[in-house]
Design a protein around this ligand. Structure first.
Ligand SMILES: [Fe+2]
Ligand SMILES: [Fe+2]
Length: 355
């Protein structure tokens, strides 16, 4: 543990330093001068209440570790994002407990809404703790937008379930056919259009959502129903990145001017849909699936991210607790996001079977 921790700190510091290249080098590489900008990204902790003061210990531990490691980053990240699903069933006990663990973070923290935070009381208590469910902000010349992408139809939300608890349980299952596809919705799309109207088209735009703003696999709600309409609003910008949680696995993709990057969970990893033989694969072509070395190792393939935006294009450094760290960033030579170690087919680790 102590050796891994030391390696991690060294790795994290080097990554931040790599983002602080001399200006001339940055200009050379990217043709544009940009200040060093980075942020830490923690997601999907699924804090789960048992009874009284008891919470599921593993999920607590995952978040506590991410908070402790993010606090060791030096230089400090410009801010910290939390990507949604802080709670498992959206209760006050879970959100309070999660907020208390998060309160140990040094620096400005911002939050994205997850479906596990939302469907008990439709985000009421979450909003009291963490503020608005969609908003934007600017840091060092980059425009950041946060969307609540886990909304669904009014019929499903308001008319189908006798209690908030049941509604929450129906939406919380990974492959429950009683769930409903996520969407950003008309109201937020109108807001987004208005928000972006005042942003220059050559400003880098980074969008945070909980579900992917692209369609990957509907059966597990790795999906946003109005993804194309949101992408259309983002289309006029030179350079857009969408960073999302929810899928608990590494995914990346590019659709036109928009690059998509998922983040890891601190709680548990999901398998890739295609690892279920019956599920047709919609995993973006670019994505090199991560190596899942040991499905019985509770921390395998969980972790958090340090995201470097110094080139104007996000590069995700995946800090994986008990797996190989990964870096997925824009490769100017190919014009697409790539895994710095494993993109080349010859360097990939063959998938393993566990039966
Ligand atoms: Fe999640
Ligand atoms: Fe989720």
């Amino acid at each position: 543990m102590s050796i891994k921790r030391r390696d991690f700190v060294r790795h994290a510091s080097m990554t931040v330093l790599a983002g602080a290249l001399p200006v001339s080098l940055v200009e050379l590489a990217f043709g544009k001068q940009r200040e060093n900008i980075s942020f830490a990204y923690i997601s999907d902790s699924h804090i789960q209440h048992i009874r009284g003061n008891e919470f599921v210990r593993n999920w607590d531990r995952g978040l506590i570790r991410a908070v402790a490691e993010a606090n060791l980053l030096n230089p400090r990240p410009d801010f910290i994002m939390y990507g949604g699903d802080l709670a498992q069933l959206g209760t006050k006990a879970e959100l309070d407990h999660g907020a208390e663990i998060m309160s140990a973070l040094r620096g400005k923290v911002r939050y994205v809404m997850g479906e596990h935070d939302y469907y008990l009381d439709l985000g009421e208590y979450w909003s009291k703790l963490f503020g608005p469910q969609y908003y934007s902000f600017d840091v060092k010349g980059v425009h950041f937008v946060v969307l609540n992408s886990i909304l669904t139809t009014d019929e499903w939300t308001f008319n189908r379930w006798p209690t908030g608890e049941q509604r929450m349980l129906e939406m919380a299952g990974l492959d429950n056919p009683n769930g409903s596809p996520f969407m950003v919705g008309e109201k937020q799309r109108a807001w987004l259009q208005k928000d972006l109207a005042r942003v220059r088209k050559d400003t880098p735009v980074v969008v945070f959502s909980h579900s992917p703003i692209q369609k990957i696999y509907k059966g597990w709600n790795f999906w946003t129903d109005d993804a194309e309409q949101v992408q259309e609003i983002l289309r006029p910008f030179d350079d857009v990145a969408v960073v999302y949680g929810h899928v608990h696995q590494i995914q990346y993709n590019q659709i036109g001017n928009i690059r998509f990057h998922s983040v890891m969970a601190t709680a548990w990893p999901w398998p890739y849909p295609q690892s279920y033989a019956q599920a047709e694969s919609y995993l973006p072509k670019l994505t090199v699936p991560m190596n899942r070395a040991d499905p019985f190792f509770e921390r395998d393939a969980t972790g958090w991210q340090m995201i470097d935006v110094s080139s104007g294009k996000v590069a995700l450094n995946y800090n994986l607790y008990d797996n190989q760290n990964r870096r997925v960033g824009f490769n100017p030579a190919t014009g697409q996001p790539e895994d710095s170690a494993y993109q080349a087919p010859a360097s990939r680790i063959p998938p393993q079977t566990h039966f």
